[in-house]
Ligand binder design. Structure first.
Ligand SMILES: NC(=O)c1ccc[n+]([C@@H]2O[C@H](COP(=O)([O-])OP(=O)(O)OC[C@H]3O[C@@H](n4cnc5c(N)ncnc54)[C@H](OP(=O)(O)O)[C@@H]3O)[C@@H](O)[C@H]2O)c1
Length: 313
């Protein structure tokens, strides 16, 4: 694994080759996403960040902080509850309109391809089984899987097709068994099943996108255990109290800090090794295709047709 100083050194060098960059951040209102956004503002001389989050007011102090980190940056917040696919459709239309206008000097240009990085890290865990959204998808899975695929699908036409990058932070290299007869896990929903199954589907989705978009790099990264308060925010009731007051603080002593992982994620986002294709990347920054994923690659055509059911309409 590259040491943190060498990761920071490579990020410091970004200013030479990437004096400006436009990135869409989803799930960057806290944790690893926020840390990556701050690293983006730190290392890119003229950063243009489009940030999607559910509460503008809650993000206001972070916007101020970004402006302090780099006053030359442009930081635009889009308010949306992205646990619903319909809201993702709406906010992607807003982003598209915004980008089209800004790239064409005030005139709409629907063909503008000007996103260099699409970064997605939204997520929560469900400790007590399925919790369906009004659209009938499990909330945790809507955030960790369906929504990420939907953002990628809708913003793809605007991703820079010469070196653009889609980077999603979840569980690349941790792929496991897919329940082929129960793709939405209506009957097999358990924490571990959902983690393994949707890790595989996310990598296979990126494989499919990469096959159709050879000029874009798709990275599904596993960050490793990171101190973000993620468990405490996901759990409710007594378990939530236990996580917030006992488990998260103790874990925080032993696992990686969000700021360090943010630096690592930024380095992946601009790493030339991942300029093309679909790369599952582990917490050390290495591509690993485990035996289970190896078995599933080649299965994606069938998967893609089934996925259409969830994403259409
Ligand atoms: N932390 C780890 O140790 C670890 C390890 C492996 C994988 N991961 C994965 O990496 C990703 C990022 O983890 P993290 O620790 O950075 O998480 P985090 O700090 O809890 O951030 C999660 C993001 O998702 C958003 N979100 C959560 N629930 C939402 C909802 N119902 N509707 C809309 N947005 C919602 C949050 O928005 P708000 O700010 O509005 O809540 C936040 O922007 C997660 O998918 C996680 O599964 C984390």
């Amino acid at each position: 694994m590259p040491s943190l100083p060498s990761v920071r050194a490579s990020n410091n060098a970004l200013s030479t080759h990437h004096p400006s960059s436009t990135a869409v951040f989803v799930g960057a209102t806290s944790g690893i996403g926020l840390a990556t956004l701050e690293a983006f503002a730190t290392h890119i001389p003229n950063p243009h960040a489009l940030i999607v989050g559910r509460t503008r007011v809650a993000f206001a102090p972070h916007l101020e902080n970004l402006r302090t980190i780099n006053p030359k940056g442009t930081y635009t917040f889009f308010e949306s509850d992205i646990s619903l696919i319909a809201n993702i459709d709406a906010v992607c239309a807003e982003i598209t309109a915004y980008l089209s206008l800004s790239s064409a000097g005030g005139k709409p240009d629907s063909k503008a391809a000007n996103i260099d990085l699409l970064f997605t890290s939204q997520g929560s865990l469900s400790f007590f089984g399925r919790h369906n959204t009004p659209e009938g998808l499990d909330l945790s899975v809507a955030l960790r899987y369906y929504g990420r695929v939907r953002f990628t699908q809708l913003l793809l036409p605007h991703l820079n097709h010469k070196g653009g990058r889609a980077l999603t932070v979840l569980a690349g290299t941790q792929e496991g068994k897919i329940f082929e007869d129960d793709l939405d896990l209506e009957h097999n929903y358990r924490l571990a099943n959902a983690a393994n199954h949707f890790a595989s589907l996310l990598t296979l989705s990126y494989d499919a996108f990469a096959a159709q978009n050879p000029g874009i790099g798709f990275v599904h990264a596993f960050p490793g255990l990171t101190s973000t308060g993620f468990l405490g925010r996901s759990a409710t009731g007594v378990l939530g109290v236990l996580m917030r007051w006992a488990i998260d603080p103790v874990l925080g002593l032993f696992v990686a800090k969000a700021g360090d992982v943010g630096e690592r994620m930024l380095a992946l986002a601009f790493d030339e090794r991942f300029a093309h294709g679909s790369s599952p990347v582990d917490e050390k920054g290495e591509v690993v295709v485990n035996a289970v994923l190896k078995g599933y690659r080649g299965w994606r055509r069938r998967w893609w047709s089934i996925m259409g059911r969830f994403l259409s309409g």
